[in-house]
Design a protein around this ligand. Structure first.
Ligand SMILES: *[C@@H]1O[C@H](CO)[C@@H](O)[C@H](O)[C@H]1NC(C)=O
Ligand SMILES: *[C@@H]1O[C@H](CO)[C@@H](O)[C@H](O)[C@H]1NC(C)=O
Length: 306
């Protein structure tokens, strides 16, 4: 299967503390809340198969937050995720979702959705900003007639695209570097300066670091799906659970209010703790280009760089 043969291999940073994580653990270690109030007695014990029952609550599930049962400031161990073993596998932890969108006429997009239980934000002038429970990052490889063309690397609010042929590879498999803490994806190791569109900090203030710490092979512990753009729905491959893909809510706690003692005073309007992310359904799975539509031109780089 092409989606596995050409799948990215991910270098986790040497200083990483928050590793890829089991998607189901996110459910067993949390409870659903809306506006900081528990949803009492969801109709069934929640699993990855039925998680989308939560779409019946609140605003079609969009304001449902899977909220940690243990206070995040106590550093619950489940947030640490699973260090890949010597084969690159996150043992007993399904930490990836591969999603295939076959556009027809030989155009196939394959998304590699990486799941981490925790995102440690970047430190800006001694302020740790943008921590959140739950973290979905991704690569997307666009194929034409079975040949990989270009790859998208998600990075914070946006990302970068490269041609397949310029990327570092192990055999046919392109290499991705996951930034320490934030898990933003890069094509090279080293230091990455950021100007982020929705973050009005002076250029260079936000820094990501990538290096060859632990090698993770996401395909060794993953679910697989086909995506149907007409209905914006997923089809299970090999009995992969559908509820997790159709759940419209957030995979972590809601941003704590400023009155919450866990939330330090904001720094230029940015907070230490922000809300957990939406799931793979919200990553523009039916693209016309390798980049998502953000209003920023899609530049497909053909030289490697930070
Ligand atoms: C959230 O809860 C607070 C306190 O219970 C309440 O004042 C507020 O109106 C609620 N907000 C929404 C959007 O329901
Ligand atoms: C999905 O994207 C293709 C282009 O790749 C477009 O032609 C089609 O209309 C889109 N489908 C939907 C339902 O948006």
């Amino acid at each position: 299967m092409l989606s596995i043969m050409i799948a990215p291999l991910v270098w986790l940073d040497i200083g990483e503390q928050y590793f890829p994580s089991d998607m189901y653990e996110q459910i067993t270690n949390t409870h659903p809340e809306i506006n900081f109030t528990s949803i009492e007695n969801p109709p069934v014990p929640l699993t990855l198969h039925n998680l989308d029952v939560l779409n019946e609550y609140g605003n079609d599930g969009m304001n449902v937050y899977l909220t940690s049962n243990i206070d995040v400031t106590q550093g619950p161990a489940w947030l640490d995720g699973v260090v890949p073993d010597s084969t690159g596998k996150t043992k007993n932890a399904v930490s990836c979702a591969v999603i295939i969108n076959d556009h027809g006429s030989g155009d196939v997009d394959v998304f590699y959705m990486y799941f981490y239980a925790y995102n440690l934000g970047n430190t800006v002038f001694f302020h740790e900003l943008g921590d959140h429970i739950g973290d979905w990052e991704h690569n997307m490889i666009s194929f034409k007639d079975g040949e990989p063309q270009a790859i998208w690397f998600s990075q914070h609010a946006n990302g970068q695209a490269f041609t397949y042929k310029v990327l570092e590879k192990e055999g046919l498999r392109p290499i991705t570097y996951s930034a320490v803490g934030s898990h933003a994806n890069y094509a090279v190791a080293g230091r990455h300066d950021h100007a982020i569109p929705d973050l009005n900090l002076p250029v260079g203030f936000l820094l990501d670091f990538t290096s060859q710490g632990q090698l993770w092979d996401p395909t060794l512990s993953t679910y697989f799906y086909n995506y149907q753009p007409e209905t914006a729905s997923f089809e299970s491959i090999n009995e992969s659970p559908l509820g997790a893909m159709h759940f419209k809510g957030r995979w972590g706690d809601q941003r704590y209010p400023d009155s919450d003692p866990r939330q330090p005073p904001p720094f230029f309007g940015f907070r230490k703790f922000v809300s957990g992310p939406t799931g793979p359904w919200d990553k523009q799975l039916n693209r016309t280009n390798v980049c998502p539509e953000t209003g920023i031109p899609c530049i497909i780089r053909d030289t490697l760089g930070p």
